[in-house]
Ligand binder design. Sequence first.
Ligand SMILES: Cc1ncc(COP(=O)(O)O)c(C=O)c1O
Length: 389
Amino acid sequence: MKQDPITQAVRIQTPRTNEMEHSTPLFLTSSFCFESAEEMRAAFAGENTNNIYSRYSNPTVQEFIDKMCVLEETETGFATASGMSAIFGCFMTFLGSGDHLLSCKSIFGSTHTIITKYLKKWNIDHSYAEIDRPETWEALIRPNTRLIYVETPTNPGLDIVDMEWLGKLAKKHGIILLVDNCFATPILQKPARYGADLVLHSATKWLDGQGRVLGGVVVGKKELIEEIYLFCRNTGPALSPFNAWLLSKSLETLDVRIQRHCDNAEALVKALDNHPKLNWIKYPFHPSHPMYAIAKKQMLRGGGLVTFDLKGGIEAGKKFMDALQMLTLTSNLGDTRSIASHPASTTHSKLSREEQESVGITPGLIRISVGLEHRDDIINDITRALESC
Ligand SMILES: Cc1ncc(COP(=O)(O)O)c(C=O)c1O
């Protein structure tokens, strides 16, 4: 009987060894052995599915990939050492000299750096599309556009792309659609249902969910993943089996954790709605979100990230951060522990005001990654810190 993906995320496991372990084993090994020269020859010729070397494949890493494929409703995948190596691996696999990439403008900072600083070195051009002006996207597509890349919701702007519309646009032009599903996770949103050919994650965030390891994964259509696999197997961004073991264990609790993150985020949004110290609060499932209807259409719930804009701008932002007693000041997100960040004075401080504005970053913008502490403690810490602004 076919099991629900949430059950499979708990139950998928590498075949039980002779030790009869209950919890999943960890294959912490760089390479694998062969019984004979013939078996080894056949493995290298691709005539059997034996593991050869952990840069190519590893059973613990495969277990993590198999769970992600079930959750994302995709055929196959490849896991990488970080989210950035998944993104870079996809770009390098599908883009070559003379090609063009179309990306939404509001994307994670290091992805922006790859696109604007490094792709240029290989004569790969790009266009940035405004996330809130879908009517302008089609005109940016060129005959040499090979890849469309989006984050939804975006980091840190929490903007949303209509994936049904985008999936149709990519299909019409025969372009590969790659979606960074890091913020929503497959619990809340499944981009492949809307025509995404490839879906990737920084597993460092919600998938681990406990701030322990770096990891990345890309899942999608078999023929595309095969090309990514060949690029990565030779260039070496493989996920460590130890990290894969932690990530696979984490997926057993992903649904429970994400539901509670959403419960706490919703309670925080309710507590901060119309707060006198704030210009606005942004959350995909808040009716004031500009893409509320689209979020409701493609996401199950609003997620664990909330942003708000402090009335006092950059100085208020710094004061707010200093006044927090429980929330952590750190640049990660998607942890059991609630985290606050102030992009204008940290991650995005090198951008000009105009550049910040164009990706939705105001001087007083605070991003909260809502954790799993009791919601009253999260709300109390934030509202107390707001008093000091
Ligand atoms: C949306 C998004 N994509 C990709 C990344 C990069 O992931 P990693 O830090 O695992 O390389 C991040 C990291 O914050 C992110 O937020």
